[in-house]
Write a protein that binds this ligand. Structure first.
Ligand SMILES: [Zn+2]
Length: 617
């Protein structure tokens, strides 16, 4: 164990009180992990009921997906204080009913890790899951292994973890045990159990200071190509900019980036991260510090801004999260949309990306929202239905959600002649509400209307609650940015097919032929074709856009484009097929074309400056 001494913070001081006797005492022994399984022992708090239900959560905050963590539990047993068995019955996937609960001493069970579950069986987004690799790394998202007794989620938890001496536990929690092989963390509630993952691995950590806040970066890289020091170098400038963006002071005094790099894509076919109040957990594909830099920057920027929403502004649904029966909020435009917006806005305002690069990120979001999702669905309805009815629309929170925030930012800037931005509105909301004061889901819009001019109310009514298309031309016009919804021109392309992703095969697919141009017709794409290689180069899904952009820069008439696809025949069997044709400029409709106006007015330039340039660089 290496003690982490810079975490003497208000938060942690509050947690460093001894756990009251009426607490959960949990023991996990990582040295005894076997067959991707870990034994869990929970010494129960004092219970007065004669019957109690122990549950693992159905869902956890930030994932917006029902996972049923109880399905990873095996061999559940309950004992009284003398060690005699008590009757325990599994009543559903996540819950066990225990008789004579007033005599309950402890429960024991084993859990499987989620990284090695079956792909077909509703795989868990890796940053919310668990990995038990005895010799190299343990990802401990405690909600995958520890539960709660119903109606007893506000009690302290003492987490005791035994580990090999070579392992270091990275977390934003304080380790209260000085032993080389024993760590002890104390948290005040089940919410905090969920909110504080720990990653155990051979130590590779780095530290940064943002304002007064201490930042830990911990990296597990199986190929050892990336390092905590390298990743820290890659995000330092951005985090400093985020500190300034938030007014020079972060709302947390310590924060941990736990970065797990995998040597293959995960079960869910993606990568990403999950936010917590004092840190974020990452699952990314292993690479070098250089190849990872921009992905880490974009993802970390997003997760880090979650310290504002939902940590500092959230509704009762989040503050009193119902782990058995989760309810959705209508404000994903704020929790995820504004977070994603700020993640890019900070980069342009502080010069980490150019203004042109920023416009192309906006354009990408516009295309995603228009072609990847139902663009005429009310965003508050999408939010409320994200777990079930509109599950397939959820990812639009990162595209349309961010664009809603962009429109709102530009409107606020225009209304105030550059003096009041979206970040100011969010800061004002954080003053009214806050970490310990949640809002009623239905009252937030009225609060926003009371702080802003009437056109903002109209904007929400029309474009967030209502389903009218976002007014890009109008709002981008404020800043002297020209917008054209669809532009016909002859240009080079791969043929104009829609690109989708098949998580099962991990390949890109031809998802739509709707906008196929004459060149695409010559190529002969068919819907459902899975892309294997382009011009002889095998492409990982993440590399496709960059390859295409590079190809478009050098291609000329008469060059050949050769795409190898996997195509399903009428007999259901898949076969490799080579598609090729001579390249020419085909009439193509380009959607969502945006560019800086060549003749902006002084007023437009003023708004553009307030939108894209920070005044405290
Ligand atoms: Zn997020």
């Amino acid at each position: 164990m290496r003690k982490f001494s810079l975490l003497l913070t208000l938060f942690c001081l509050a947690l460093s009180a001894r756990a009251a006797d009426n607490a959960y005492h949990v023991a996990l022994d990582l040295t005894k992990a076997a067959d991707r399984r870990l034994s869990v022992e929970v010494i129960a708090p004092q219970l007065s009921e004669t019957e109690v239900i122990y549950s693992l959560p159905k869902m956890v905050p930030g994932t917006y997906s029902i996972y049923d963590f109880g399905r990873f539990v095996e061999d559940f047993k309950a004992f009284d204080r003398k060690g005699n068995s008590l009757e325990a019955t599994r009543i559903d996937t996540n819950s066990w009913k225990i008789e004579k609960a007033n005599q309950l001493g402890k429960i024991t069970y084993r859990v499987r890790d989620t990284y090695h579950a079956s792909k077909e069986d509703n795989p868990i987004f890796e940053p919310a899951g668990s990995d038990f690799q005895k010799d190299t790394c343990f990802v401990l998202n405690f909600h995958t292994m520890i539960g709660y007794f119903r109606n007893h989620t506000k009690l302290y938890y003492e987490l005791n973890i035994t580990h090999a001496p070579k392992f270091f536990g990275s977390t934003s929690l304080i380790d209260r045990d000085n032993s080389e092989t024993q760590d002890q963390y104390i948290v005040p509630s089940y919410n905090a159990v969920v909110d504080n993952p720990v990653m155990y691995s051979l130590p590779d950590t780095a530290h940064l200071k943002i304002g007064e806040s201490d930042i830990l970066i911990s990296v597990y890289s199986p190929g050892k190509k990336a390092s905590a020091a390298g990743i820290a170098r890659g995000i330092d400038t951005m985090l400093q900019a985020q500190g300034k963006y938030l007014g020079g002071k972060l709302p947390v005094s310590n924060y941990a980036f736990l970065i797990y790099l995998a040597d293959h894509e995960g079960l869910t076919g993606g990568y990403g991260a999950l936010e917590h109040s004092y840190g974020s957990m990452y699952y990314l594909i292993d690479g070098t510090n250089e190849t990872l830099a921009s992905t880490v920057r974009n993802v970390a920027s997003h997760e880090f801004f979650h310290i504002v929403t939902p940590l500092n502004i959230h509704s009762k649904e989040i503050a009193n999260f119902d782990f058995d029966n989760p309810k959705m909020s209508e404000h994903l435009w704020l929790y995820e949309g504004s977070t994603e917006y700020h993640a890019h806005s900070v980069q342009v305002r502080y010069g980490l990306i150019s203004q042109e690069e920023y416009l192309s990120a906006i354009r990408q979001a516009m295309n995603e929202a228009q072609f990847g999702f139902n663009d005429s669905l009310s965003f508050t309805e999408l939010s409320l239905g994200a777990l079930d009815k509109y599950k397939d629309q959820y990812t639009n929170v990162y595209a349309k959600g961010a664009l809603i925030s962009m429109c709102l930012d530009l409107k606020l800037i225009k209304d105030s002649e550059g003096k009041y931005r979206l970040m100011d509105l969010i800061n004002d909301l954080a003053k009214t509400y806050g970490k310990d004061k949640a809002f009623q889901d239905a009252e937030l819009f009225d609060k926003i209307y009371s702080l802003t001019k009437p056109d903002i109310k109209q904007f929400f009514m029309d474009h967030v609650i209502g389903a009218k298309p976002l007014p890009f031309q109008e709002v981008l016009g404020y800043a002297g940015v020209d917008y054209t919804k669809a532009k016909k021109e002859a240009s080079y392309s791969f043929g104009g097919f829609g690109v989708g992703f098949n998580p099962e095969t991990q390949r890109l697919v031809v998802s739509s032929l709707k906008n196929l141009n004459a060149f695409g017709k010559n190529m002969g794409y068919q819907e459902g074709d899975e892309l294997l290689s382009v011009n002889g180069k095998k492409l990982a899904p993440a590399e496709f856009s960059a390859y295409k952009a590079a190809w478009l820069k050098t291609v000329k008439d008469g060059d050949k484009l050769k795409v190898v696809v996997l195509r399903k025949g009428t007999n259901g069997k898949t076969k490799k097929k080579t598609l090729q044709a001579k390249v020419f400029k085909a009439e193509t409709i380009t959607f969502n074309v945006i560019s800086f106006s060549k003749t902006p007015t002084a007023e437009q330039l003023k708004i553009r400056k307030a939108w894209l340039e920070a005044d405290n660089k």
